[in-house]
Design a protein around this ligand. Structure first.
Ligand code: ATP
Length: 498
């Protein structure tokens, strides 16, 4: 059995309004940015600090030019160059043919133009396909092909002639579950009689009682999948050969998911003689990896160094805004740049998502929203339209932060930075500063820069508190988040040259 775990990290509290703090006056836009002393306790609001300079439309026009140039460069990115670079996550020395995949799967990979495995695929697949099967806890940067690594494993592990679930794949959101299913369909297109069942919100749960599933692969969110196993008994756990947890850190260590995921793991582990468990994510902080290695027996662990986690092909910037209102002005003025390819704007709450959406819509901008209060049908429809390019700017919450793969997303904007919560569901504050959620930040910016493309992440900063979060993120991942000062043409050109 699994060891009992304490309360996981708190879910973001939607009613939270970030605290405003004020800092030393030297921290002003247009001057050399002075990073605040982390020991300094800020107590007053900066919202109306007269030293701050709001980007004016002319400055924003330059910023737009910069974004558009970057987006154009993105189209010219050559994946082959990265494949040759031993430091790149796309680097590999083997071919898919050397990886013991089924012939029908190889045929599908050819038709999908998957020519070479990425580093994580080349590393994970031989470990996952060897006999006897071994468990794996794996980490790889966002957009580098983790999905294919576990989907190919599931396809190679199932016996197509058996009409019962043999693989369970869990994901934190229904959008991600659907997206994984689409990858299974594509990679399993030449496997006759392959069937997938989605254990997600929106299905007819009453019809499940007493029914035995005949599909070989079940992909679902944790709550409904547990009901399938425990309540409706429509999956026989003794037949399960693969259990996959995508976005595994959140699945095993987040309040609301921990107990459910561990119940599923225990049920399958106890019933099945030969289940292989696989955990994949772009991020695992220390407590998570400690917990994961405790519960997943004899797992092979493939981890990245901290400084390897942030992708160099995603250029990260912050823009200083005087207050929340000027963040809105910046977004409105950046619209034409954001709509060149596709962009995602992350807000802290559903309320701010809707506020930004209504205001931009009222100005005639074509934007759309995705958040957890929308119906299943609305959410699915929004993702389809965004992937199809029907609208170019998506305003959303953390519900879109993980896993969703939209190749043409070139810009991610953090209207609000993601905040870390403590075990009491309150924002974590150290030395007077709110702490950023480093893992969520990495997942959010990973919605751009997919599979070696270049992308831009822009963080809108409106207080010393949010500036401090930028410093913490830089230190945590040992990476640079450059100040983008739209009024400084020399600096902007220097960034363009970089
Ligand atoms: N070997 C490959 N050859 C060509 N394209 C690939 C290959 N592997 C993955 N891709 C493509 O790269 C994109 C990103 O892959 P995927 O969504 O699996 O990334 P991920 O690592 O799961 O990302 P995240 O951490 O955001 O969940 C997808 O569009 C996928 O089709």
């Amino acid at each position: 059995m699994l060891p009992e775990m304490g309360r996981g990290r708190g879910q973001p509290n939607p009613s939270f309004v970030p605290q405003q703090r004020t800092g030393p006056p030297q921290f002003a836009v247009g001057q050399q940015a002075v990073k605040p002393d982390p020991k300094y306790k800020y107590t007053k609001s900066t919202d109306t600090d007269p030293h701050e300079k709001v980007p004016v439309p002319a400055d924003i026009a330059l910023l737009n030019k910069f974004i558009q140039k970057e987006v154009k460069m993105m189209k010219d990115t050559v994946v082959d160059v990265q494949r040759q670079d031993p430091k790149s996550p796309l680097y590999s020395i083997s071919s898919f043919r050397e990886l013991r995949l089924k012939p029908e799967v190889l045929q599908a990979l050819d038709s999908l133009n998957f020519q070479f495995p990425t580093r994580i695929q080349e590393t994970a697949l031989p470990l996952l396909l060897m006999e006897p099967p071994s468990n794996l806890i794996a980490q790889a940067q966002s957009g580098t092909g983790k999905t294919a690594a576990f989907v190919l494993t599931m396809l190679c592990r199932i016996d197509i002639n058996l009409k019962c679930p043999q693989c369970i794949c869990l994901a934190p959101t229904l959008e991600l579950a659907k997206q994984i299913g689409e990858v299974v369909e594509k990679m399993g297109r030449y496997m006759e009689n392959l069937k997938i069942h989605y254990a997600i919100k929106g299905g007819n749960m009453a019809a499940m009682r007493g029914r035995k599933l005949t599909e070989q692969i079940v992909i679902g969110t944790p709550g409904i999948t547990r009901d399938y196993l425990q309540k409706y008994k429509c999956i026989d756990p003794s037949q399960i050969r693969c259990l996959v947890l995508d976005e595994a850190d959140v699945m095993i260590y987040h309040q609301g998911f921990t107990d459910i995921s561990t119940t599923i793991y225990n049920m399958v582990e106890e019933a099945s003689d030969s289940v292989q468990s696989m955990l994949f994510s772009a991020t695992y902080d220390e407590p998570v990896i400690n917990f994961a290695t405790k519960i997943i027996k004899n797992a092979i662990v493939v981890m990245l160094k901290r400084e390897e986690q942030a992708l160099p092909n995603i250029k990260q910037f912050y823009v200083q805004c005087a207050c929340r209102d000027s963040k809105y002005a910046a977004i409105v003025n950046l619209y034409s740049g954001l709509a060149v390819a596709s962009s995602v704007i992350f807000c802290h709450t559903k309320a701010s998502v809707m506020w930004l959406y209504e205001n931009m819509k009222a100005r005639g901008h074509k934007v759309d929203v995705l958040h957890g209060d929308m119906s299943v049908v609305e959410r699915a429809d929004t993702i389809i339209r965004f992937k199809r390019g029907d609208f170019k700017v998506l305003i959303t919450t953390n519900v879109f932060a993980r896993g969703i793969d939209v190749a043409q997303v070139s810009v991610v904007i953090n209207y609000d930075l993601p905040i870390k919560y403590n075990e009491h569901d309150s924002p974590m504050v150290i030395d007077g500063f709110t702490q950023p959620d480093c893992e969520t930040y990495l997942h959010r910016i990973g919605r751009t820069g997919r599979f070696g493309k270049t992308g831009i992440a822009i963080n809108l900063i409106d207080s010393e508190d949010s500036m401090n979060m930028i410093n913490v993120l830089e230190n945590h991942f040992q990476m640079k988040i450059a100040r983008m000062d739209p009024s400084n043409i020399v600096e902007l050109e220097a960034i363009e040259m970089a």
